[in-house]
Design a protein around this ligand. Structure first.
Ligand code: GRF
Length: 212
């Protein structure tokens, strides 16, 4: 049995990536459980998904905290209480403090809708369109102190030529995310990917033709 058994998923929005992870666990593809879902947005549909699945969930309003550090400290307390092994960011729209990242060093992963290091931050699809990029894609990376800058764990890329507007690009990106995140989580839980040994170079890269 892997020693990564307990996941926490941090969310702020729709939670379609959370759902893809839940579905994959329910199908027996990932040998781990979601011990906790945390949202900083009370109305996030991700919380409804957690409730429907009877998952432990918490809403923490960052606006009620004196500082980023105190908000993150509270999250950390919950993670420790639930003995979480891996923190999975899935559309969590908060930058985590340095102290939090240090405390959970190499235990936080994120999914980002671009081929990092291209386009960290927001509005990635718009940038791909504007720059007429030949490729767009998804990156899963370890979270470090920078913005979407930690060592890359995996990428999936596709040709943009078929996608004529932002909406179709977003639909495609989501379908890629919903396959890539569960797949890579499985590899992490099964220890095929060791988060302590990432070198930022030889990451898994899936291209058109892979079963997306
Ligand atoms: C995803 O596109 C993810 O890459 C980004 O935020 C979005 C979250 O979508 N970090 P959802 O809430 O999982 O549907």
């Amino acid at each position: 049995m892997s020693d990564i058994n307990k996941l926490a998923v941090l969310v702020s929005g729709n939670g379609s990536n959370l759902q893809s992870i839940i579905d994959s666990i329910n199908l027996g593809e990932i040998s781990a459980k979601i011990s906790l879902v945390i949202s900083n947005v009370e109305s996030a549909y991700a919380l409804t998904r957690a409730k429907k699945e009877n998952l432990n969930h918490a809403f923490l309003d960052h606006k009620k905290f004196f500082s980023r550090e105190s908000f993150d400290h509270e999250i950390g307390e919950l993670l420790i209480k639930h003995e979480v092994d891996l923190i999975v960011l899935a559309g969590f729209m908060r930058i985590l403090s340095k102290s939090f990242i240090k405390k959970f060093n190499k235990k936080i992963i994120n999914i980002h809708p671009s081929l990092l290091p291209k386009y960290p931050g927001l509005k990635t699809h718009e940038k791909v369109m504007r720059n007429k990029d030949k490729y767009h894609g998804v990156t899963i990376h370890l979270v470090d102190e920078g913005l979407d800058s930690g060592p890359i764990i995996a990428q999936a890329k596709f040709k943009t030529s078929k996608y004529k507007d932002i909406d179709s690009l977003i639909i495609k990106i989501h379908s890629v995310e919903h396959k890539l995140y569960p797949l890579i989580l499985k590899k992490i839980v099964d220890r095929e990917i060791d988060l302590l040994k990432l070198n930022g170079k030889n990451f898994n890269c899936y291209e058109d033709g892979f079963d997306f």
